[in-house]
Ligand binder design. Structure first.
Ligand code: PMP
Ligand code: GLN
Length: 395
């Protein structure tokens, strides 16, 4: 598939599973979006801006008020020193920020290091930009990478590495030593890092998000990507940020101008207001999600499912064989949505080669009743799976 053509690609696993959930009326613990409508004050600001604000094209790099708010937010929350005017660009979601990064930084034939499981947009976009993915395969239960793995993936043609942290789908928040190791490789190979940090505000307990851009030698070679959709639990808003040193930002903006050019100004101004005013939201939102994580994990454990830990994101995973399920993750998820009325995501969808096909991702950013019903239906799916696999097992 060296020259992947978009039309040959399958429909994303998120759309496939949400489509089945909609058609079958299933409980949707698949695609990651919250039941909670998001902070009312931020939504009210957006409504006001639609009615009374300026609704024509905003500046290509984004509203100055939002770029200033982004720089201010990252200074307060992550200790970063970003110059809003030369280092922050507003995009139409993190997805556009990723596309702009790949188009701006990859020349045909460049190698791009990508960790599996990966967010599903990475490989098609990297290939369309002419990049050659070099895959690093991570495994449960810890999903850690090691020095030998990086040695095998980085080489003289490495142009950039894509890092998602906190990690979707595994719920891992990378520790300091892993980030330092990756930074060491980027510097040694003179590679860029495209850091998809959309889950940076959704981190639980003792875990801390550390931006790779803050590591020695990384300030000039890192593109940091954020998403207001994840920060405020408004996933449909598609307001994203690209943060990078001025020379990089210049190239990124050249790609962005021909992708979407701008992003709805009313949403931009509401996000700017939210970043400046919603300290309570950033404190309370992860606590609420942590309670939901614990409710789902507790319910699953009581039903005998083996739950992998989650330090961040909206997701936790279950280990199928350790939960008594012998079916592969995709077969189990199709059975779960069609026969038991609960949608989930098979983690094998996030591998290209040699997939881990024993792990199922579940979204916990849901109301208690939905989570409880989801657990009951997953238990039913496991019973149905057991019955079906016993029926076909040789006597
Ligand atoms: N990257 C990751 C890791 C994600 O999980 C998501 C969406 N959940 C995105 C990118 C896309 O973000 P956006 O909706 O802002 O385009
Ligand atoms: N990021 C969301 C998830 O992981 C889905 C985004 C999408 O549907 N493309 O569930």
């Amino acid at each position: 598939m060296a020259n992947a053509i978009f039309s040959n690609l399958p429909t994303t696993i998120f759309e496939e599973m949400s489509g089945l959930a909609r058609a079958l009326g299933a409980v949707n613990l698949g695609q990651g979006f919250p039941d909670d409508p998001g902070p009312e004050a931020v939504r009210a600001k957006a409504a006001e801006a639609v009615l009374d604000g300026y609704n024509q094209y905003p500046p290509m790099a984004g509203l100055p008020e939002l770029r200033q708010a982004v720089a201010g937010h990252y200074a307060r929350s992550q200790g970063l020193d970003l110059d809003w005017a030369s280092e922050v660009t507003v995009t139409s979601g993190a997805t556009e920020a990723l596309a702009a990064s790949f188009l701006a930084l990859i020349e045909p034939g460049d190698e791009v290091v990508v960790f599996q499981p990966f967010y599903d947009a990475y490989l098609p976009l990297i290939r369309r930009a002419g990049g050659v993915p070099k895959l690093v395969r991570l495994e449960p239960p810890h999903w850690r990478f090691t020095r030998p793995m990086l040695e095998a993936a980085f080489g003289p043609r490495t142009r950039l590495v894509v890092l998602n942290n906190p990690i979707n789908p595994t719920g891992v928040v990378l520790p300091d030593e892993d980030l330092a190791l990756l930074a060491e490789f980027c510097v040694a190979h003179d590679a860029f890092a495209v850091c998809d940090e959309v889950w940076e505000q959704v981190v639980f307990g003792e875990a801390r998000h550390r931006p790779l851009i803050a590591y020695p030698g990384m300030r000039e070679r890192t593109v940091k990507i954020g998403s207001a959709g994840k920060m405020f639990g408004l996933t449909g808003w598609k307001v994203g940020f690209l943060c990078a040193a001025p020379a990089l930002t210049h190239s990124l903006a050249r790609a962005h101008q021909f992708l979407t050019f701008t992003t709805p100004p009313n949403l931009q101004s509401a996000v700017a207001w939210g970043l400046d005013s919603a300290a309570d939201w950033f404190r309370d939102m992860p606590r609420g999600l942590e309670r939901s994580r614990d409710r789902l994990a507790g319910g699953l454990a009581r039903e005998g499912f083996a739950v992998l830990p989650s330090q961040g994101t909206y997701f936790l995973s279950i280990d199928l064989p350790a939960s008594g399920v012998s079916e592969g993750d995709r077969d189990f998820c199709l059975r779960a949505v069609k026969e038991a009325g609960v949608a989930a995501i098979p983690v094998s969808a996030f591998y290209e080669a040699d997939p881990v096909a024993t792990i199922v991702r579940l979204c916990f950013s849901k109301g208690d009743a939905t989570l409880d019903e989801g657990v009951a239906r997953l238990a039913r799916a496991r019973d149905l799976s057991l019955r079906a696999t016993r029926a076909i097992a040789p006597a």
